[in-house]
Design a protein around this ligand. Structure first.
Ligand code: HEC
Length: 223
């Protein structure tokens, strides 16, 4: 699993909680279920991290091969050159439109990371038959869509090393640091706060923020 730290924290907490429950009884002691095999877990563990492509499998694909697969499996909805048929999403264009009244977010104008394109196609496309493409064909489709967007040259070969190096147009407009306390706090299960360290730095008292009378609700307050 390759989620970034900010996503990882809550998941870790859930896993810890689940782990302690599971620890109370051996697997199978409820009379149902069985331990997932490594192969079963691998089937679910398909996420690819955008920033550095962690999780990308071996394999590779060319723009030309991608054009062939795309014509067969994608063009009906996304248009021969990614222009989008009907209301199906465009995969190209919209560059410079993100501040417009009607922005056009596409792979070319909006997406920050090329490995995410591999991940998305691999898990979700073609829409009616996800998980049917080989890793090589997903690489090829990724190369083709990047080339349609003029992000890579025609001779580009997509693989686990080349994709993270593709510089996407909108990459620098995403904000990565998240300073909220819950994203940086160390996980803690007990004695988390030392009462002596707690200082009240501000209070709503005296600022007229909370009305003194709250109408009928007031009668529900404990006296
Ligand atoms: C039956 C129509 C259909 C086919 C065929 C199809 N797609 Fe899609 N595709 C969609 C729809 C609908 C969405 C939007 C899904 C959503 O937003 O939940 C989408 C979304 C996408 C996106 C994300 C676009 C964005 O910027 O958010 C990509 C990339 C993509 N498809 C690639 C492909 C590729 C590659 C193929 C061929 C292997 C393919 N699609 C085949 C209908 C299709």
């Amino acid at each position: 699993m390759y989620s970034s730290r900010k996503i990882c924290l809550p998941i870790t907490v859930i896993l810890l909680a689940a782990g302690s429950l599971a620890g109370a009884a051996e697997p199978g002691s409820f009379g149902y279920g069985r331990v997932a095999t490594p192969a079963q877990i691998a089937g679910w563990d398909i996420d690819v991290r955008g920033e550095d492509g962690a999780g990308l499998p071996p394999g590779k694909g060319t723009v030309d091969r991608g054009a062939d697969v795309y014509a067969e499996q994608c063009a009906a909805c996304h248009g021969t050159f990614g222009e989008g048929e009907g209301r199906f999403p465009k995969l190209v264009g919209g560059v410079g439109s993100l501040r417009d009244e009607r922005p056009e977010p596409t792979v070319g104008s909006y997406w920050p990371f090329a490995p995410t394109l591999w991940d998305y196609i691999n898990r979700a496309m073609p829409m009616a038959a996800p998980h049917t493409l080989s890793a090589d064909d997903v690489y090829a489709l990724t190369a083709y869509i990047l080339s349609l967007n003029d992000l890579v040259p025609h001779e580009f070969v997509a693989d686990r090393n080349s994709l993270p190096k593709v510089k996407m147009r909108n990459r620098d407009n995403f904000i990565w640091s998240d300073p909220r306390p819950d994203t940086v706090a160390a996980p803690c299960m007990n004695a988390c706060v030392n009462a002596a360290d707690v200082r009240i730095s501000s209070t709503a008292e005296g600022r007229n923020l909370t009305p003194r009378t709250t109408g009928p609700l007031d009668t529900m307050q404990p006296k």
